[in-house]
Design a protein around this ligand. Structure first.
Ligand code: PAF
Length: 273
């Protein structure tokens, strides 16, 4: 497995690859969710590139940029075993200049939900993903549905900028008890982990209500808020696949989203129904 530490090195190596290239952008501390993305890319493409870069521009003041888990040795092994061809490991200084080109998330859908809780977050995500795309020029890029709004923002960017890249959404990977995998789960104590489970429990409750015939978004959100009451809830929302807020659930076109803090750890989860 080739390790590229600068954008130039990555671009040179990319130029030697013929056939299709799959790309999996990550911030490292790889878990089974990332491994599923990597495996899918390896299965669907001639070559796979993974990037590990804790991107400073998508973290807000006071967020966990410095504390974000870093496990580079373990990550290297995971990528090697999974059959990754190249790992891109840049530093912030290599990725950014002082007076940078600004990229802004769309003014409506980039500023609701995650965009409202973390203003500027999606600007940073889109900025880095566009840079990573232009360095690795993949045919396909793999993203988890857990960051549903991020996935939507990236699909939109690809559409708006006519980028010749296929975005491949991948299913959320969960612990056997339902907790969605996240690099941030390592912050949780045993007691906090129990509260963290309430996110997936509230989503299961919502799904059950929908199966039983409930369509009223307010009623579903109220039931979910009850389940989530031990957490510091940021939002529960029901949207269609284009991130329009819904008053009535439309099955096969709905995403139920939740964001809450457990202790100081901010967690998100969602269910596509
Ligand atoms: O989802 C993530 O891990 C990050 O937001 C991404 C897409 C790698 C951009 O930094």
């Amino acid at each position: 497995m080739k390790i590229c530490k600068t954008p130039k090195e990555m671009q040179h190596f990319r130029a030697t690859l013929s056939g299709s290239v799959g790309f999996v952008p990550t911030m490292g501390a790889l878990h089974e969710g990332h491994i599923a993305l990597i495996k899918r890319s390896v299965a669907e493409n001639d070559h796979t590139i993974v990037s590990i870069f804790v991107n400073p521009t998508q973290f807000l003041e006071g967020e966990d940029l410095d504390a974000y888990p870093r496990k580079i040795e373990a990550d290297l092994k995971i990528c090697e075993l999974a059959g990754v061809d190249a790992l891109f490991l840049p530093t912030p200084l290599m990725m950014y200049e002082n007076d940078e080109l600004a990229i802004m998330a769309p003014k409506v859908k980039g500023f609701i939900l995650e965009g409202a809780s973390r203003p500027g977050h999606f600007d940073g995500v889109l900025q880095v993903v566009l840079k990573l795309f232009s360095i690795t020029t993949p045919k396909r890029a793999y993203f988890g549905k857990k960051d549903a709004q991020q996935l939507f923002m990236i699909e939109n960017m690809v559409k708006h900028l006519f980028l010749p890249i296929m975005i491949v959404p991948c299913e959320i990977v969960r612990e056997p008890d339902g907790l969605a995998l996240s690099s941030r789960n390592v912050y949780l104590s045993t007691t906090q982990r129990k509260d963290a489970l309430l996110l997936s429990k509230s989503l299961k409750k919502a799904t059950k209500l929908i199966i039983e015939g409930e369509r009223d978004a307010v009623k579903i959100k109220t039931m979910m808020e009850e389940v989530l009451s031990p957490t510091k809830l940021e939002y529960v929302e029901i949207v269609d696949r284009a991130f329009n807020l819904l008053e009535k659930v439309e099955t096969k076109d709905t995403i139920i989203l939740v964001a809450a803090r457990v202790g100081t750890t901010r967690l998100i989860d969602n269910m596509w129904v």
